[in-house]
Design a protein. Structure first.
Length: 67
């Protein structure tokens, strides 16, 4: 079984974005620990942080079904 260049690029994109996102989560967690922001602020930060990749995933799924 051979992998095409497009498949390799797609896998690399998802792994790269996943790794980058992991480091962003760690950085934001550290900033929130050190800040004196109210609890509701923490909730909104995490909500926005986790909804952004969800939109990216939904966009990819919708794009797949329309092609």
């Amino acid at each position: 079984m051979s992998m095409s260049i497009e498949q390799f690029e797609t896998i690399g994109l998802w792994l790269g974005l996943g790794g980058l996102y992991f480091f962003i989560v760690l950085a934001i967690r550290d900033v929130l620990k050190k800040s004196e922001a109210p609890r509701i602020g923490h909730i909104f930060v995490w909500l926005v942080l986790f909804l952004s990749p969800l939109v990216f995933i939904v966009k990819s799924i919708v794009q797949y079904f329309f092609e």
